[in-house]
Ligand binder design. Sequence first.
Ligand code: A2P
Length: 341
Amino acid sequence: MGYRVAVVGATGAVGREMLSTLAERNFPADEVIALASSKSVGTEVSYGDTRTLKVQDLDKFDFTGTDIALFSAGGSTAAKYAPRAGKQGCVVIDNSSNFRMDPDVPLIVPEVNEQALSGYAKRNIIANPNCSTAQLVMALKPLHDAFKIKRVVVSTYQSTSGAGKAGMDELFNQTRAVYVNDPVENHTFTKQIAFNVIPHIDSFMDDGYTKEEWKMTVETRKMLDPDIELVATCVRVPVFVGHAEAVFIETEKPIDEDAARKVMAEFEGLVVLDHRADEGYVTPQECAGEDAVYVSRVRKDPTVKNGLAFWCVSDNLRKGAALNAIQIAEALIKTHLKKAA
Ligand code: A2P
């Protein structure tokens, strides 16, 4: 017997990726339900190469009898509907930031902290981390286990799909407008994103950091180690899919490039592709559509006692969102939601 799975936000960039990832990975679903706002009711969305689903209204949906709901419909929608779904006995895996720091909600990257999943039953909600944090903790985990990370300095280069379908459309429309000499309009981003970079993702906080930067700090601590110091600069770049990060770490134990490459290469889900040649590193364009987190440009940081620098890229819609959510669901059905065959 399989599972009844709902995808909330099925018309969005991550929701569509969730549907294709469920089909691709042969998730044991007897039924998949596509949910979005009332304006999308009746819209058809693809589920794998051959099937389509008709979108239903989230507001009218009763989650009783649904085993798992994958939410990717933003923080306010999650705040309104996820607790209701949880109370109706459905386990919610939410992609928004709304529940991530709730002590009663596990925040999970399965390769990193699957053991924390056991706390899910308090609210029947599990949180998926921020896309930039997900790929970062994948790279940090083996380094932390081997060398004990004290401090991380990270700059991100985040694609427009991190802001949903509207973000990708804005990059496309602005690029076209520049070429045909039309006025450039911005609605989703605070400034022009075509042919530009914007050091501002999510809102500004009192200390001058943005909420996106703050999320990287607190989410990394929650998943990896509360003692790690982390400081981030998050930047939106004119790329459709794939986030990149330039990462500097300081460790307690001595670290060298070869040992770092070895522990990272052995870590599930992480691929080290690092040759000092023109094509010996991975870019966002190359990682789009891929499941792995890629690490390149590994080198010693000579400015601190035990320091290492590297470059990390991943498909933000996959490991940063849909794939990670489905891996959480897979871990959940393996450990907690077993059904008789
Ligand atoms: P809809 O298309 O009906 O507005 P993205 O992150 O790519 O912008 O996608 C957001 C997803 O979340 C879309 O599927 C969108 O559905 C859905 N969504 C946003 N607000 C709501 C809401 N209040 N109720 C249900 N679905 C929502």
